[in-house]
Design a protein around this ligand. Structure first.
Ligand code: MTE
Ligand code: MO
Length: 301
């Protein structure tokens, strides 16, 4: 349990962080304006027993290929990432398409904190206290049409901000693309994060806005989102395109479906000594399991 007092202290910490990334201040304003911040903290019974990974690890051991392939590259190569504003386009099969400044979008949604497990397909894991809002809130603003079956997300393409997007040869295609089925996107566990550890998201973690879907492998958590499209056909995500045998569209965490080159039965816990058993749907079976009734996880990985 996190007490109201602790929340208050967190808010103050948040305020003090007004400097730094230039996209930060509006987020703090919007958080301060919201009285309901933190209300669903105990939304998940298990979240109170989760021990967050040290912030230092979560902000320095990263995957963000736009800043390089090494785990330390995103932190090292994003020092000058400071866009002065951030527009998001929400388009496709929707009744109310919009192009909106993140600052304005955040006035229309309710920010919450969610402590979730994160499991990377590379068999390591962390626990992260996110700040964000439910994706379904944004979807209800744009009103998907009856033809909308999937949500497609695209990272900003701007080589002046993301150095690796300049490279002629790269192991993955840019811009990075991800997707969810519409019912997955509408699930209350799916959030768009704008902060973590009580602070505005840092560039290496996908500033200013990234997806978080805790029952799926980390590569679904697309960072620095510029475009969200409602589509009728299933999008092909970046890693699926790169190697469809190894990375599927669903990417649901499953200890019984090994990666072709390694087991997924256990995970290295970042910042801890040992490994732990990996849980089906990363421990969120009770919440999201019904979404996959009748799907063969060995085929639809
Ligand atoms: N645009 C973009 N988003 C991305 C990636 C990336 O390379 N580019 N890497 C993914 C992978 S593989 C993981 S495990 C998570 C890591 O998030 P973190 O560095 O904040 O822990 O981001 C995901 N989102
Ligand atoms: Mo990952």
């Amino acid at each position: 349990m996190i007490t109201p007092e602790e929340l208050f202290l967190q808010r103050r910490k948040f305020m003090k962080l007004g400097i730094g990334a230039s996209v930060a201040p509006f987020l703090i304003d919007s958080l301060m304006a919201q009285t309901s911040f933190g209300a669903p903290l105990d939304y998940l019974p298990q979240s109170s027993s989760l021990k967050p990974t040290k912030e230092e690890h979560a902000t320095s051991y990263n995957n963000f290929y736009e800043f390089g392939f090494g785990k330390n590259d995103p932190k090292a190569n994003s020092k000058h990432f400071a866009p002065s504003s951030w527009k998001i386009q929400i388009t496709g099969e929707v009744q109310n398409p919009m192009q909106i400044e993140l600052e304005d979008l955040l006035k229309k949604v309710k920010l919450v904190e969610r402590i979730y497990r994160l499991r990377c397909v590379e068999a390591w894991s962390m626990v992260i206290p996110w700040i964000g809002f439910e994706l379904r809130e944004l979807l209800s603003l744009v009103k998907p049409t009856a033809k909308a079956k999937y949500v497609k997300f695209t990272t900003l393409f701007d080589p002046s901000l993301f150095p690796a997007q300049k490279a002629l040869f790269s192991s993955i295609d840019f811009p990075y693309v991800e997707g969810l089925r519409l019912d997955e996107a509408n699930h209350p566990l799916s959030i768009l994060a704008v902060g973590m550890y009580g602070k505005t998201l840092l560039p290496q973690n996908g500033a200013p806005i990234r997806l978080v879907v805790p029952w799926k492998y980390g590569f679904k958590y697309i960072k620095s989102i510029a475009k969200i499209e409602l589509v009728s056909e299933r999008p092909i995500s970046t890693w699926e395109k790169q190697n469809p045998r190894e990375y599927g569209f669903y990417a649901n965490v499953n200890p019984d479906v090994p990666h072709p080159r390694w087991s997924q039965a256990s995970e290295r816990v970042i910042g801890e000594r040992g490994r732990q058993r990996t849980l089906y749907l990363n421990g969120y079976d009770k919440e999201v399991g019904y979404l996959y009734d009748g799907l063969n996880p060995k085929k639809l990985y």
